[in-house]
Design a protein around this ligand. Sequence first.
Ligand SMILES: Cc1cc2nc3c(=O)[nH]c(=O)nc-3n(C[C@H](O)[C@H](O)[C@H](O)COP(=O)(O)O)c2cc1C
Length: 188
Amino acid sequence: MPIDSLLPIQNLVCDGMTESVPLLGSLASVDDSDIGRVRTVVIRQFDPQQMTISISADVRSAKVAHLARRPMAEVCLWFSESRIALRMLATWKIFRGDSQDAQHNERLQRFWEAHSAASKTLFLGPAPGDRCTPTVIDEIPVRFPATFAEIAGHIEEIDALEIRRGRHLRWHHTRQSQATWESTELNP
Ligand SMILES: Cc1cc2nc3c(=O)[nH]c(=O)nc-3n(C[C@H](O)[C@H](O)[C@H](O)COP(=O)(O)O)c2cc1C
């Protein structure tokens, strides 16, 4: 699969989103002590026109605090079949469930409705990362809870690496404007 332009990369991510297994990525952030942190996340949405990507998270989680403070961070995806790694630098905007913005809440409601019941329960318990306090969730609300957040990334750069027997290939794609990208081949 070529990685020398945006189109095959867009197709690769779109195809990955339609598989029955969720598309996983590793999302980086920087904490309050300037330590780089990384965690596994599900890629929930990808818009190839806008080149944006969305992840759901708990408002109370560390990653939300980190990205609110330092909104530029990479998310890394690995496609084992095509042996391609995409390292995508994005500027992340957080749509918080505890915000009062009506337009933003409409968007968040649609995002909430796209989650399975099992995924929704993850936002209804005690704060992630706190000392364990087991709870029972007996009702899933129709409206998103205040703890729910969409982390939406506006992709600025993509570093694509194809692992080949013989010679690896590496292409760097940089957003020049909303719809134009510049592509350069790099040494792997
Ligand atoms: C397969 C898998 C998928 C995950 N997906 C998400 C996700 O989409 N969103 C999320 O906030 N955490 C997800 N997690 C949990 C995170 O990896 C992490 O443990 C948690 O969000 C706390 O991270 P933080 O303290 O850095 O915010 C997932 C974990 C695994 C193993």
